[in-house]
Design a protein around this ligand. Sequence first.
Ligand SMILES: [Fe+2]
Length: 321
Amino acid sequence: MSEAIAQPSIAKAPLEKVWGEIREHGIEKHIAELDAYGYTIIPPQLASPNGLADRLLEAVLEVAERRNGIRPDLKTGSTHAGYKGRFAAFTGADGDSPIGLLFEGQIFEEALMNPVLLTMASYLCGYSVVLSSMGCFMKGPNVSTFALHMDTPLPSPLPPQALVCNLTYVLTEFNQENGSTAFVPGSHKWCRAPETAETAVSTDGDLNIVAVECPPGSLLCWHGNTWHGAFNRTAPGLRVSVPLYMARPCIRTQEGLVGEIPQQMLDRNPARFAILTQQAVAYGYKSQEDSIARGESAMKFTKAYLDEDGTMKTGARGLYN
Ligand SMILES: [Fe+2]
């Protein structure tokens, strides 16, 4: 063993570092569930510090009202009757669930920086994980079951490692009648997308499809390869959630945040915020000059994060090793 390696050091390999965080938050059980089933539900007392979920619900209702001119009706769901969805291009109807929430107020920055959420994201996708998108789903009584799929944006067969993950704040009661998320436990180990004939969300078929049941304030976490969809909502009212779709930095993101984060927003957050909001992603340049500028910027943000953290063992390519 060389002398350099034998020296005591505070630098930690990523797995050692993230395991320390997992123990600190007391979420070992949830890591075991995630590995076994491909998803886990972290309860409000761990996932929603300082009433975060209540404040998030109020914030997304305000954003929706500001953008659509109508206050979403949580009680009856009448404002969201039928299936509309977030993207008019997919549904032929106006989007009823706001996307691009990061710029809608500091509470969404707080939602991203939630330590338990970041530990789950780091465990699944590494410390260089980035936010791909933060939007919300508002669902009223509907008749269009959200078919089974998986979130990894690659053709099958898939690698077993999570290239993306989903961390969803549950903001209203989730159960089957309320149109909750549906999972196929263990499906992340199959490393493939469902065939068309396998995509129906039904409890009558051969697949073991489980409806999520949990209170508002829970954090629903899943591996990018896990098969999931949603049940129809049959009860009156709205189902509201805020998904943070996260990805390794080599994956194309839904939101393009490079160079889009105001300095004020960077200044009021820890250095990791810049990493999470894609500021250390150097790829995607448009010219030689741009490649140099983006490379230098990425290095600056990466160095700031490493300096701030002070415990990370890194390789020749910084966070990316
Ligand atoms: Fe999905």
